[in-house]
Design a protein around this ligand. Structure first.
Ligand code: ADP
Length: 287
């Protein structure tokens, strides 16, 4: 599974990325973390990035693209990854497309965590307080002034990626204002709906639903009807991917397909009954 998490600072990308790592055993590729490590180790990249990061600006594209390209080649990324904090600009997204193409990798989805900006400052303040309580070093860019700058750069440089990925039918939006647990569950649900995870279980569930619908009608008719229904469900699953919205349509599509199958066989049954009833009425009239 290959994902991008998109959202402003404080939207919960890091938290959700960690949960995805734990559940699916994929790698978290956070450019922020990598850059902070480079700053701490005083590598040439770190030295270049240090002041830019402290002031809330963006590190030059070529630096982060280079870091990501190397990171994608590490063995732990082969199983799948979540990009957190990258891409952050349209040129970075274009470079990522190129990189993935070269490495024969395909992106499954871009998950946007949508949050009210008014809540972000409070969230970051809470994060700072918690880090202090744990005796951890607080990020130098987690101050109200720098956060304002980070938010402004998100709005002007990163937000256009929402359009970029929605045009490419990759974007899935999740309400990031829900509790951490709810957001996790919603992400899991949409990943299942687009077939990125637990595809087998989903297929089995769809088949079961179709079979249920078919039982209601006449057996022969239902057997015939279940084929187009299955095709409908498959097509609608594709539709969800294409649509790029929270995954509901796939589920609905499967339901509709099975409901249609049941309805058509029922209708056929009803037609036969009506004909038989007409015959009896005619006979009676003759008599
Ligand atoms: P945030 O919580 O603001 O999303 P991150 O930990 O992702 O923070 O990043 C911290 C800082 O690292 C950013 O403000 C920026 O200076 C730098 N940075 C991280 N990722 C990128 C990137 N893809 N492009 C440019 N700069 C980046």
């Amino acid at each position: 599974m290959r994902l991008i998490l998109l959202g402003p600072p404080g939207s919960g990308k890091g938290t959700q990325a960690q949960r995805l790592v734990q559940r699916y055993g994929i790698a978290q590729l956070s450019t922020g973390e990598m850059l902070r490590a480079a700053v701490a180790a005083q590598t040439p990249v770190g030295l270049k990035a240090k002041d830019i990061m402290a002031s809330g600006g963006l590190v030059p594209d070529e630096i982060v693209i280079g870091i990501i390209s190397d990171r994608l080649d590490q063995p732990d990324a082969a199983k799948g990854f979540i990009l957190d904090g990258f891409p952050r600009t349209v040129p970075q997204a274009e470079a990522l497309d190129e990189l993935l193409k070269k490495k024969h990798m395909r992106l499954d989805a871009v998950i946007e965590l949508r949050v009210n900006e008014s809540a972000l400052l409070q969230r970051v303040e809470n994060r700072v307080a918690q880090m202090r309580a744990r005796g951890e070093d607080v990020r130098v860019d987690d101050t109200p002034e720098v956060l304002t700058k980070r938010l402004a750069s998100y709005r002007s440089l990163t937000e256009p990626l929402i359009h970029y990925y929605s045009e490419r039918r990759k974007l899935l939006t999740v309400d990031g204002m829900m509790t951490i647990e709810h957001v996790t569950r919603e992400i899991r649900r949409i990943l299942t709906a687009i077939g990125a995870v637990e595809a087998k279980a989903k297929k089995a569930a769809v088949a079961k639903r179709i079979a249920k619908g078919a039982k209601k009608g006449a057996k022969t008719a239902a057997r015939k009807a279940s084929k187009p229904a299955a095709r409908g469900a498959r097509a609608s699953r594709k539709g969800t991917k294409a649509l790029g919205k929270a995954g509901k349509p796939a589920f609905k599509g499967a339901k509709t397909a099975s409901r249609k199958a049941a309805a058509s066989s029922k209708a056929r049954g009803a037609g036969k009954t009506r004909k038989a009833a007409k015959k009896v009425t005619k006979k009676r009239a003759k008599a």
